[in-house]
Design a protein around this ligand. Structure first.
Ligand code: GLU
Length: 350
């Protein structure tokens, strides 16, 4: 059995603002067939804001956060109605899960979300996930479901994440790149962002998502959702769109959680000796290596670790508050500032 996260973008589910109920039916039928071949599907679906806007006659995406939040809350129910109706035709039940970035930031809620999704899968119920846009203005401003789908892929330990939108894949000189062994800066330089009135992401956010999900051990496929049986065909190994290969050396789940899910609250600048120790010798960060502290943070918050030139070298969970660190600079600390198990190097972060 393989776990597959399928992300459905607003550009296909509501191409002109209005929900395409036939497309939902087609995708649901595709999911049912894919499941029959032994896979478990977790859906991440956009479209709430577009559906909400269409319902109340708003034709252009508003700029203010509260209008977007209100539209999302109007549209989410329309979206779930469509999924629920489509699954009912196969006598199947789906469940709604609305997540915010905070749910990934907080370890307990992160584990709760994971347990709920696992439980639903064990009950043969299809989880349908979206951002909880109605309560999280930041999410609408900065968030997009490409990133959410990558975090969900990590959360559930997916084998594959399929990102479906209206693009055929990553393009290079007018052709689809079929396979990307590693998401490098060269790959990012190919990006040609494309957005419609109600989508948040573009190819750039899809590449960021591919970077995160491949680093957590999943293959990622970016393909057009406007093709017949796209999910079944991809799940059976047909090459369509762009496949990003899962990283070979996947770091431990806890380090991934720090790298992908935690929002950093402050910055710690360190000297060359400490940089060498934590980057190349697998040591913890000690107080003696700290040059400067910026920002406000509490114990166990995530902070950026930067070298003396200001280049970010990773992030980690800190054992002291910012005040304790500022007051203690130059003195000896009882504990390490960041334990090596709680530090993730930059190239492991997104
Ligand atoms: N959560 C948003 C919605 O449901 C979509 C964000 C995105 O397009 O990535 O409308």
């Amino acid at each position: 059995m393989k776990k597959i996260v399928v992300k459905i973008g607003s550009s296909i589910i509501a191409p002109s603002g209005k929900l395409d109920a036939r497309l939902v039916e087609r995708l649901v039928s595709d999911i049912i067939v894919t499941e029959k071949s032994g896979h478990k599907i977790i859906l991440v679906s956009s479209g709430a804001i577009a559906c909400g806007a269409h319902k109340v006659g708003v034709s252009k995406k508003p700029h203010d956060a509260h209008s977007l939040m209100a539209l999302a809350s109007i549209g989410q129910i329309i979206l779930m109605d469509a999924y629920s109706d489509a699954f009912r035709k196969y006598d199947r039940v789906c469940a709604q899960i609305l997540l915010t970035w905070d749910d990934f930031d907080n370890r307990k809620r992160f584990l709760n979300a994971r347990a709920t999704i696992q439980k639903l899968l064990s009950m043969n119920i299809i989880p349908v996930i979206n951002e909880n846009d109605a309560v999280s203005s930041d999410e609408i401003k900065f968030g997009d479901n490409d990133r959410l789908s990558a975090l969900v892929a990590d959360l559930v330990g997916a084998d594959t994440a399929i990102i479906l939108s209206d693009v055929e894949g990553l393009m290079d000189k007018g052709k689809v790149v079929t396979c990307v062994p590693k998401v490098s800066s060269k790959i990012f330089s190919l990006v040609n962002a494309k957005q419609n009135a109600f989508t948040s992401g573009g190819m750039y956010t899809k590449l960021q998502a591919a970077n995160t999900a491949t680093n957590s051990g999943a293959n990622v496929i970016i393909a057009s959702g406007n093709q017949e049986n796209i999910i079944t065909r991809l799940a059976s190994g047909v090459v369509i769109g762009t496949t990003f290969l899962a990283a070979k050396n996947v770091q431990k789940a806890r380090k991934r959680w720090i790298a992908f899910s935690k929002k950093t609250k402050g910055k710690i600048y360190i000297d060359d000796g400490a940089k060498e120790a934590i980057l190349h010798k697998g040591r913890s960060l000690l107080g003696v290596g700290i040059i400067k502290i910026e920002g406000e943070f509490k114990k166990k918050d995530a902070v950026e670790v930067r070298d003396k030139e200001g280049t970010i070298i990773g992030c980690g969970l800190v054992n002291y508050t910012c005040e304790e660190l500022r007051n203690g600079q130059g003195k000896k600390f009882e504990k390490e500032i960041i334990h090596r198990d709680n530090f993730a190097k930059k190239d492991e972060c997104q």
